[in-house]
Design a protein around this ligand. Sequence first.
Ligand SMILES: Cc1cc2nc3c(=O)[nH]c(=O)nc-3n(C[C@H](O)[C@H](O)[C@H](O)COP(=O)(O)O)c2cc1C
Length: 194
Amino acid sequence: MRKALIVDCCLRGRESRTAKLLSAFVDALPADVEAETLVLEEEALSCLTGAHFMQRQRLLDAGALDHPRFRYARQFAAADLVCVAAPFWDLSFPALLKVYIEQVSVDGITFTAREDGLAGLCRGTDLVFLTTRGGFYEGDPMEMGSRYLDALHTFFGFDRYACVAADGLDVDPAAAPEALAQAIERARALAAGL
Ligand SMILES: Cc1cc2nc3c(=O)[nH]c(=O)nc-3n(C[C@H](O)[C@H](O)[C@H](O)COP(=O)(O)O)c2cc1C
């Protein structure tokens, strides 16, 4: 079995359109893929500040990569594929996802520094990002969420990156269901082909 890590950063519960996209994606994953879901709202995630940051530095200096606080990074690095789902907030994604990325970015687990530069250590082949947006941002340089995840796929060593986005969901209420339905179909097709 391949392992898929599902990082759920959909923050509006059952109202979330991004959660609907994610649900369709997970349901369409091939039979040999086992999904493990991490609901970020349910995790006690902290920003890297103060004593929390200093403890991390001490553990890294001691090479204690098996410490429990690096469990998110180990889980992320071990997954065969990773799907992140988050709404488009303030031109990118909710801060909670950035806090998670801070926990995942650990030198020696998800990436490493070599003489010739940084190299990703994740075993995953595919990093997928699912998002829904109030406005239309496809191909717009103001869009910083998918572009950031795309950069991370290289940083962490994934082979491929794909984003499925439903755009304009808050622009025209009449058109939103169709835009979401089309994105759901794209998410299903993407999942089925992994
Ligand atoms: C805090 C917040 C910030 C948002 N920022 C943006 C934004 O910068 N641009 C945009 O087009 N839509 C923005 N939106 C709208 C959301 O992208 C849109 O409603 C999205 O579909 C929400 O996903 P959800 O239904 O999964 O919660 C924002 C919504 C919230 C609640």
